[in-house]
Design a protein around this ligand. Structure first.
Ligand SMILES: C[S@@+](CC[C@H](N)C(=O)[O-])C[C@H]1O[C@@H](n2cnc3c(N)ncnc32)[C@H](O)[C@@H]1O
Length: 506
């Protein structure tokens, strides 16, 4: 007989051990392969047993292939789980602020069709409409100073400058810094930009494709034709520094992912199926330049309202250096708890634009990022304890994460609580420096998300508000702007909030 042989389910003793092993993973759960390795049996046998149990309802499959006992299918009813609403109630009791709502678009998506903002789509950014609303509500006008310590692609800076303010931004990720610089250089002459881009395109045609960027997967990431054309364009780019040269480089950076087999959703990964269109890299590049020129021409009509040229600093927000009392509004969105590894997500842009020349350099850049899940283990060594957590709630939450991870025995990383600890420790100096930079009475608005980690809820918005309050800022409001789903438990609703703080007048 031929054909696939069905895997046999586990025998009674093995099944009992499987149930115990799964129980030990608690709310975190495990994949069938992890469980098979604990039991030391063939993975298909564990898989088949779990699927049988799923049919009788005794186990539950979470998102991307994690199994949990039915008792952990939903966290909300469990005694050992502290729900978001419980934190909200405690926040009202202890901090005197009830959670409100913000309505209006908050994600970057609505920027994708907006002049200037569309020059560099940044999934991690927020909406220009939201920024305009905050600027208007805070009465930001000519002469005001606006600071964004995690400036990203410069959404705050573009809108602050358009409103007449002096805009200052700090950002670590070089391609985002380039985007923010170019997008805030409203004086750029569109004709000059088009001429410069045309000369790059002509010069690229005459070149032979030269060395590949250092990324090991480059040949897999592009078709041979697209790769050859991109290499020629890259080698024809002018060096960074002058405004039209920077803009041409940004247009090139902007077409890298659309010209590849990759996409961001929001993390970088291989696309399934073909590209949306069959444009060549050269065609995309000139189209991007055309869009920029069109927007610059339209922008020129409001030149009398622009604030002074924005200051965009490539650097680490934790060592932000802005004169004390000089800023009217800090408006920002930091990375989220256990959120994205920006360096790895933008490694293609970093490599092709020449901002990183090796994996060692990528790792070094990552070392300066606000802590995320990919943080090297040595970077969490100082954060394994609980006592130094900058807020008592955080101490409790860190213990809960640690307990769940220990109970499971193996987890993605057994220092998960220390990653979370380090995240808040990284944001602490930013909160302090932003407080000092604000004038008395000045406002600090943060857009931030929460997280569910190792079966424990982490209210990132409330924790940051409380930590800021301990640094002498007043909590004005916390407004939920949208619900979102992330991570393994897609059924669990996370949120993104607008936290508004104020530096007291005296
Ligand atoms: C949520 S995004 C901000 C997006 C921005 N509001 C926009 O609309 O484009 C957070 C940013 O923080 C940056 N970042 C991470 N660690 C940083 C650090 N230590 N200093 C400065 N920026 C950092 C990331 O590169 C990312 O661009």
């Amino acid at each position: 007989m031929t054909g696939p042989v069905a895997a046999s389910v586990l025998d009674v003793r093995e099944a009992a051990r499987l149930r115990d092993a799964l129980d030990a993973t608690g709310p975190i759960g495990a994949t069938f392969r992890q469980l098979a390795s604990v039991l030391d049996v063939a993975p298909p046998r564990v898989q088949e047993t779990l699927e049988r149990w799923e049919r009788d309802g005794s186990v539950h499959r979470l998102g991307r292939g994690l199994w949990v006992l039915r008792a952990y299918a939903t966290l909300e009813d469990r005694e050992d789980f502290v729900e978001p609403t419980a934190f909200d109630e405690r926040f009202l009791e202890e901090n005197g602020v009830a959670i409100g709502r913000y309505s209006g678009p908050i994600t970057f998506r609505s920027n994708e069709t907006l002049p200037v903002h569309r020059w560099w789509p940044y999934v991690q950014g927020y909406s220009a409409e939201f920024v305009r609303g905050v600027l208007a509500a805070q009465g930001v006008a000519a002469g005001a100073v606006v600071l964004d310590p995690f400036a990203g692609s410069g959404t705050t800076l573009v809108e602050a400058r358009r409103a007449g303010a002096a805009a200052i931004g700090v950002e670590l990720l070089a391609p985002a810094v380039l985007a923010a610089r170019v997008k805030t250089t409203f004086e750029l002459d569109p004709g000059r930009l088009e001429r410069r881009a045309a000369s790059v395109a002509r010069s690229a045609l005459r070149r032979r494709p030269a060395g590949l960027p250092f990324l090991r997967e480059t040949r897999r990431q592009f078709t041979p034709d697209a790769l050859a054309e991109l290499l020629r364009l890259r080698d024809a780019l002018p060096p960074e520094g002058e405004a039209s040269a920077d803009a041409v480089r940004l247009a090139f950076g902007r077409i890298l992912i659309p010209s590849s087999r990759l996409h961001r959703s929001p993390c970088l990964g291989y696309r399934r199926g073909d590209a949306d269109d069959d444009a060549t890299p050269g065609g995309r590049f000139l189209a991007a330049i055309g869009t920029m020129a069109e927007d610059l021409r339209a922008l020129g009509g409001e030149a009398d309202r622009w604030g002074p040229p924005a200051r965009v600093v490539r650097g680490d927000a934790r060592v932000l250096d802005v004169p004390p009392g000089s800023v009217d509004l800090v408006l920002t969105s930091p990375p989220y708890v256990n959120g994205m590894d920006y360096v790895m997500n933008y490694k293609v842009d970093l490599a092709w634009l020449g901002y990183a020349g090796s994996y060692a350099e990528l790792r070094r850049l990552r070392g300066a990022e606000v802590a995320c899940d990919n943080l090297p283990r040595r970077e969490t060594a100082g954060y394994l304890g609980f006592a130094s957590a900058p807020d008592p709630w955080l101490g409790e939450i860190l213990r809960r994460i640690d307990r769940n991870v220990r109970r499971k025995g193996t987890y993605r990383r057994n220092d998960m609580h220390a990653v979370v600890h380090r995240y808040f420790a990284d944001l602490l100096p930013v909160l302090r420096r932003a407080r000092d930079a604000l004038r008395p009475g000045g406002t600090f608005v943060l857009v931030v998300g929460d997280s569910l980690l190792a079966g424990a809820y982490v209210p990132g918005d409330l924790l940051l508000a409380r930590i800021a309050a301990r640094q002498g800022l007043e909590i004005v409001s916390v407004d939920v702007a949208r619900r979102r789903r992330s991570g393994q438990r897609r059924s669990f609703e996370l949120r993104e909030s607008v936290v508004t703080l104020r530096r007291p007048v005296s």
